[in-house]
Design a protein around this ligand. Structure first.
Ligand SMILES: Cc1cc2nc3c(=O)[nH]c(=O)nc-3n(C[C@H](O)[C@H](O)[C@H](O)COP(=O)(O)OP(=O)(O)OC[C@H]3O[C@@H](n4cnc5c(N)ncnc54)[C@H](O)[C@@H]3O)c2cc1C
Length: 327
């Protein structure tokens, strides 16, 4: 059962900000993650502020520079079927349609997808784990099949979002509005690792709202998103890879490769990027680059299977890029 809390349906961003700010005030977008967290007492709320009636937070429009501006409250279903997203950033349409089920994509929003909390069963369960201010991460030495193999410690959650790795690969930014004002920051600065900030997964201060996601122009950009899940139906990623590549005559000039489901934040695979820039990504390059994707990985007792999985999907995605090149 949900606990009691005050509920506000804000009509404007200003009204929402008036009600937000305290440690236990929460933003409600689609509610597909938030309400489960409140029901399961993962965290508390004195006041929940709905953004659903706030004007101007939905929709997809062209930016003056040729990129796209996506309202934070745009549903994942809208993102996945938008002809502009599909035409300019097909990888983002693939990532949005890889989230959960049609019902959840109709309800869940893009900003909510970026700001959702981790799925670690110790964090979600009745454990006073390190992330909740406790002394230890129970995943270390516990049931860690779905936990981080890269970037973990002192907490080993994985970032659960499908759109986050793709948006990071696309060099997207988010517009953030709070009582102190407004700023736009790149996603590369938005997500934080537990070694920097244990209690939260991004730099949002209490009461701040993500109002827009900003995509830079995409001429000549190839993008793709590949996700592996345990079940054929809706499920979170065991591992995923987002590619955003520019090339001339099939030769890669710029590469952004980001892994999902394997680290506490979307994980930039820089060694893969280095291995493919300047090449046409032939079979051997794809294989060698994929091997580099797990450089520095430190699997826990039950999740070493993620390493060949990562290598496999990176190699497969790179080979698709190679095959896609017009001859
Ligand atoms: C069964 C199930 C399966 C799922 N499978 C997947 C999956 O495969 N892939 C995946 O990526 N996700 C998955 N999800 C998670 C979730 O449904 C999606 O991430 C969804 O996009 C969350 O969006 P929402 O609008 O419902 O967010 P909400 O639940 O409203 O909010 C989520 C969190 O973000 C905060 N928040 C929301 N909007 C904003 C904003 N604009 N500014 C600041 N903070 C904000 C909220 O306060 C809350 O903490 C799944 C969820 C369920 C229940």
């Amino acid at each position: 059962m949900l606990p009691n809390f005050a509920y506000v349906r804000a009509r404007t961003v200003e009204e929402a900000l008036e009600h937000l700010g305290g440690e236990d005030t929460r933003v409600h977008a689609g509610g597909t993650d938030l309400l489960g967290c409140l029901r399961d007492r993962v965290f508390a709320a004195d006041k929940v502020v709905s953004l659903r009636d706030v004007e101007g937070l939905t929709g997809i429009r062209r930016a003056a520079d040729g990129g796209l501006v996506l309202g934070g409250l745009t549903t994942l279903a809208e993102v996945s079927r938008s002809s502009e997203v599909r035409g300019l950033y097909p990888g983002l349409a693939q990532a949005a349609s890889a989230v959960a089920s049609p019902q959840l994509r109709n309800q869940g929003t893009l900003a909510g997808n970026l700001c959702q909390r981790p799925r670690c069963w110790y964090f979600r369960g009745e454990f006073h784990c390190a992330k909740k201010g406790g002394a230890q991460c129970y995943a270390v030495g516990g049931q860690n099949r779905y936990h981080a193999v890269l970037g973990g410690g002192p907490c080993y959650i994985v970032h659960p979002s499908d759109t986050a790795p793709m948006l990071l690969a696309l060099d997207a930014a988010v517009r953030i509005v709070g009582r102190a004002g407004e700023r736009a920051i790149k996603l590369a600065e938005f997500f934080v690792l537990p070694e920097v900030e244990l209690a939260r997964e991004n730099v949002l201060a209490p009461g701040e709202i993500v109002t827009e996601i900003l995509l830079p122009p995409a001429p000549g950009l190839y993008s793709s998103y590949r996700k592996v899940r345990e079940r054929g139906a809706w499920d979170f990623a065991l591992a995923s890879v987002a590619l955003a590549l520019r090339s001339i005559g099939g030769r890669v000039t710029q590469a952004s490769v980001v892994l999902g489901g394997v680290a506490p934040a979307p994980w930039r695979a820089e060694a893969v990027e280095r291995a493919i820039v300047g090449t046409t990504v032939d079979e051997k390059t794809a294989r060698d680059a994929a091997a580099a994707a797990v450089e520095g990985a430190e699997p826990l007792e039950w999740n070493a299977y993620k390493l060949p999985l990562i290598r496999g999907i990176v190699e497969e995605s790179l080979r698709r890029f190679h095959d896609y090149q017009p001859s």
